[in-house]
Design a protein around this ligand. Structure first.
Ligand code: PEP
Length: 231
């Protein structure tokens, strides 16, 4: 069964979250996950859907202003968390070490984790893609191995929010490389929309999708889930 996760980023407060959840009816045959911003997690949990946070801290509690811990998420009824999203790496200085620490703590606490990896355009164009992916994947692998609650997301930075998705060949190649390093399910993320979902999700080694922009609209996200369910 494919896993289709909607990363809402910094969109949708509790009111819009409730509206979305009331209208969201994912089909059978796909695992749909919603990843709202922290203020909307409680509202989303009430809906009964599988809910992931967009980040999680490595400490159980402490003087970490603005952060949220795994035990807090579990208390709320949240199922998992994304870690290492490229926007966290790019704008908030997340390093591979921080991503690994977040992953370990979240898994040990009982959460599921989607750990994101992916190369920038410069890295791809200068032939560094394999090196970058290896370093990012091995940081997680060395910390937790092929944990049963761990999923990776291949999210080429140049494809996120740009409308320029990886081609199915590029996705297949990257997923095969990643799975050769760490044998866990790998989602594709980067400008997934209804128009390209079928060809990307049909590729070998593409176990689902992490969807940003196209997950904000309930009809478009439902249609992507339906595409995945019908494969
Ligand atoms: C994301 O935020 O993880 C993402 C893949 O965004 P988009 O689908 O908008 O490219």
């Amino acid at each position: 069964m494919k896993l289709i996760a909607g990363n809402w980023k910094m969109f949708k407060g509790p009111r819009e979250t409730r509206e979305f959840c009331d209208r969201f009816h994912p089909p059978e045959g796909v695992e749909a996950v919603l990843c709202p911003p922290d203020v909307s997690l409680a509202t989303a949990v009430e809906s009964g859907f599988t809910i992931f946070a967009q980040n999680v801290h490595w400490a159980a509690d402490g003087a970490y202003t603005g952060e949220i811990s795994a035990p807090m998420l579990l208390e709320l009824g949240v199922d998992g968390a994304i870690v290492g999203h490229s926007e966290r790496r790019q704008y908030f200085g997340e390093t591979d070490e921080m991503v690994a620490r977040r992953t370990v703590t979240a898994l040990e606490a009982g959460l599921r984790v989607i750990a994101c990896v992916g190369e920038s355009l410069e890295e791809r164009q200068s032939g560094q893609m394999a090196v970058v992916l290896r370093v990012q994947v091995e940081a997680v692998k060395d910390a937790v191995g092929d944990h049963e609650r761990l999923v990776l997301a291949y999210e080429p930075v140049w494809a996120i929010g740009t409308g320029q998705n990886a081609t199915p060949d590029q996705a297949r190649e990257a997923h095969a490389f990643i799975k050769g390093l760490l044998d866990v399910p790998v989602l594709y993320g980067g400008s997934v929309k209804l128009e390209n979902a079928e060809e990307l999700l049909s590729e070998d080694g593409v176990d689902g999708a992490l969807v940003g922009g196209a997950s904000l609209d309930v009809e478009s996200f439902t249609a992507i889930c339906r595409t995945a369910a019908n494969l």
